[in-house]
Design a protein around this ligand. Structure first.
Ligand SMILES: Nc1nc2c(ncn2[C@@H]2O[C@H](COP(=O)(O)OP(=O)(O)OP(=O)(O)O)[C@@H](O)[C@H]2O)c(=O)[nH]1
Ligand SMILES: [Mg+2]
Length: 223
């Protein structure tokens, strides 16, 4: 057996094991009535900034919690915990994505049953998180207008598996030569039916529409 064949087999085994854990998590979340959303993006696109806004907006009328993955530091968990919601940092060390086992283990420390929403912020990376099911109901991909309008074409997998794409940092549009329509067009080339919202974690623009999307999805899951 060649070294390459062996590597492919190991990778398939890891993904298969991940999928088994993820399927069990998804069944538990559905049974508990918890709508689980994961956020994926390149580093710095604004996952934590958007989650800070969401947790703040949802906390008074829904039971919400968040898990957040990073290679190192608990900076993001400390930012999100200011909302008052339960938050748990997952330190991945050298691993460039979250895996279903990490979510399962983290939930031992977060009282998640009875939650309306559980948010999972993945490690900032447009490649590895695409392949790993975390048991979430929806993956939300975030792309900021500072990154260039070709990112959906260069990293198609992550945009193809997203249920919603948030185009963030729209407040910076007057200062950049970003072509937001072309960015959205490129996202639709890899995921023709995907919903897209333009948002700003800084000004709050578009966040009501995202809240409405989340509420509708949660109600849809319960139906
Ligand atoms: N102007 C502007 N800045 C933003 C916006 N959203 C995020 N930022 C800034 O962008 C930087 C990165 O934001 P984060 O929320 O840390 O990004 P992230 O995706 O969580 O980053 P990682 O966790 O490191 O992958 C911070 O300085 C934010 O204040 C936005 O909508 N507008
Ligand atoms: Mg972050």
């Amino acid at each position: 057996m060649s070294e390459n064949t062996r590597l492919v087999q190991v990778r398939q085994h890891v993904l298969k094991r991940n999928d088994t854990v993820a399927r069990a998590l998804r069944a538990s979340f559905r049974a508990a009535g918890t709508y689980v959303v994961s956020l994926v993006s390149s580093p710095g696109a604004g996952k934590t900034a958007l989650l800070e806004q969401m947790l703040g907006a949802l906390h008074d009328r829904h039971r919400v919690a968040a898990l957040v993955g990073d290679l190192a530091t608990d900076n993001d968990a400390r930012r999100l915990a200011r909302s008052g919601a339960p938050v748990k940092q997952i330190i991945t060390g050298t691993v460039c994505h979250l895996e279903a086992e990490m979510i399962k283990a983290a939930l031992d420390d977060v009282p998640w049953e009875g939650l309306d929403f559980l948010f999972i912020e993945n490690v900032g990376n447009l490649v590895c998180p695409a392949a790993f099911d975390l048991g979430e109901a929806a993956k939300v991909a975030i792309v900021s207008i500072t990154e260039g309008d070709d990112k959906p074409l260069k990293y198609p997998d992550i945009f193809a598996v997203a249920s919603l794409i948030l185009v963030n940092k729209i407040d910076l549009a007057p200062y950049l030569d970003a072509d937001v329509d072309r960015l959205i067009g490129n996202a639709r080339r890899v995921n023709p039916d995907v919903e897209v919202l333009t948002v700003s974690a800084r000004t709050g623009q578009g966040l009501d529409a995202w809240l409405a999307w989340l509420d509708a999805r949660r109600i849809g899951q319960a139906a």
